[in-house]
Ligand binder design. Structure first.
Ligand code: SF4
Length: 296
C-alpha cells in the first residue's frame, strides 16, 4: 500500500501542471507581458484523433486556447474558411511569428501525392509540401500524437504511402508529444510553457520532461500487485496485467496520474493492458497487444 499512497500524493501535484501553466500564460498575455501566439495546426496522414482529443480538454479546455492563448490561424477541421481562402490563411502565416502543431505522419511516397491537404493557386498542396514550407519557418514545431512523433499507425507495416515522422522531414528540433491520441494537457501545457518561457526541457527523444519523465509502470496503481507477484490471468481481473502483455513497463508518460476525459479513467483503470501507444515504435514494436500464452 505504501507505493500506492506515494503515487496518490504525486497525483495532485503533477495533474495540475497544464492547468497552472495555461493560467500563467493567459495572465501574462492579459498584462501584455507576452504576446498571444499564432497557432497553425496541420492534420496530416492520420485519423485526426488529436484535434478531437484537444476538443475534449477540460481544465484547461479548448476555449482557453482559442480565445485567450493563441490566434488559431488554421486547422482544416475547425476553421470556417475553406478552399483557396483557407490555403491563403495557411501560407499567409509565413513571415509572421507562429507555432506549428502537426498531427499525423507525413506521406512521402510519390512526392507526397498520397496526401493532398488542399489546392492553392490551382495546384495541389501535399502534406509533405506544407510540413516542409511551414516547418522551416515556424518559431517552434510541435509533433502532436504518435504518428507525427514517430510514424505510429500511419507508418505501420507495410506502410504503403511511405509515412514518416515530422522530424525526419525537418532539419531542426521538433518537440514531440506522442500518444494515440495526445492528451489535451500534454499539448496545452507544452504550448503554454513555450509561450511563457520558450522550449521546455526535453528528454533525448524530444519529449517534454514535465509529462514524459516517468514510466507508467513506476506510477501505476496496480504496481503493488506486481511487486507481490499477483498477476491477472485474463482480462477483467483487477490485478497486475504484466503477464497479459501490459506495456506499462516500457512506456514513458504520465497516464496513471493524468487519466482521460477530465480525469475519469484510463486504460489500465478500465482493465485493459497498456498497449504502449505513446512509445516510439508503436504499433509494430508493441504487438501483440494481449498475450494469453504468457499468463498461463
Ligand atoms: S505491468 Fe502494467 S498493470 Fe502491472 S503494474 Fe506495470 S503498468 Fe501496472
Amino acid at each position: 500500500m505504501s507505493d500506492l499512497n506515494y503515487d496518490c500524493r504525486n497525483i495532485k501535484i503533477k495533474s495540475e501542471t497544464a492547468s497552472v501553466l495555461v493560467q500563467k500564460a493567459i495572465a501574462a498575455i492579459g498584462k501584455n507581458e507576452i504576446k498571444k501566439g499564432n497557432l497553425i495546426w496541420l492534420e496530416l496522414t492520420g485519423c485526426s484523433g488529436n484535434i478531437i482529443s484537444l476538443l475534449n480538454g477540460a481544465d484547461p479546455d479548448f476555449r482557453n486556447l482559442a480565445t485567450q492563448m493563441v490566434n488559431f490561424v488554421y486547422d482544416n477541421s475547425l476553421m470556417a474558411a475553406e478552399g483557396e481562402l483557407a490555403m491563403d490563411k495557411l501560407f499567409g502565416a509565413i513571415g509572421s511569428d507562429f507555432i506549428l502543431a502537426a498531427e499525423g505522419a507525413v506521406s512521402t511516397k510519390s512526392d507526397g501525392l498520397f496526401n493532398i491537404i488542399g489546392r492553392w493557386r490551382g495546384r495541389p498542396v501535399t502534406a509533405l509540401d506544407a510540413v516542409k514550407k511551414l516547418g522551416e519557418k515556424a518559431a517552434h514545431v510541435i509533433a502532436v500524437g504518435t504518428c507525427a512523433s514517430s510514424g505510429g499507425i500511419s507508418a505501420a507495416r507495410p506502410n504503403p504511402s511511405g509515412c514518416a515522422p515530422v522530424q525526419s522531414l525537418l532539419n531542426r528540433k521538433v518537440i514531440k508529444l506522442p500518444g494515440c491520441p495526445c492528451h489535451p494537457d500534454w499539448f496545452l501545457g507544452t504550448l503554454a510553457y513555450t509561450l511563457l518561457f520558450g522550449e521546455p526541457a526535453l528528454d533525448g527523444a524530444g519529449r517534454p520532461l514535465m509529462f514524459y519523465s516517468t514510466l507508467i509502470h513506476d506510477i501505476c496503481p496496480r504496481r503493488p500487485f506486481f511487486n507481490q507477484g499477483v498477476f491477472a490471468s485474463q482480462l477483467g481481473e483487477e490485478t497486475c496485467m504484466f503477464k497479459l502483455g501490459c506495456r506499462g513497463p516500457v512506456t514513458r508518460v504520465d497516464c496513471p496520474i493524468r487519466k482521460w476525459n477530465n480525469h475519469v479513467n484510463w486504460p489500465i483503470g478500465a482493465n485493459t493492458p497498456c498497449i504502449g501507444c505513446a512509445m516510439f515504435g508503436f504499433p509494430d514494436k508493441m504487438e501483440p497487444f494481449i498475450s494469453y500464452d504468457i499468463a498461463r
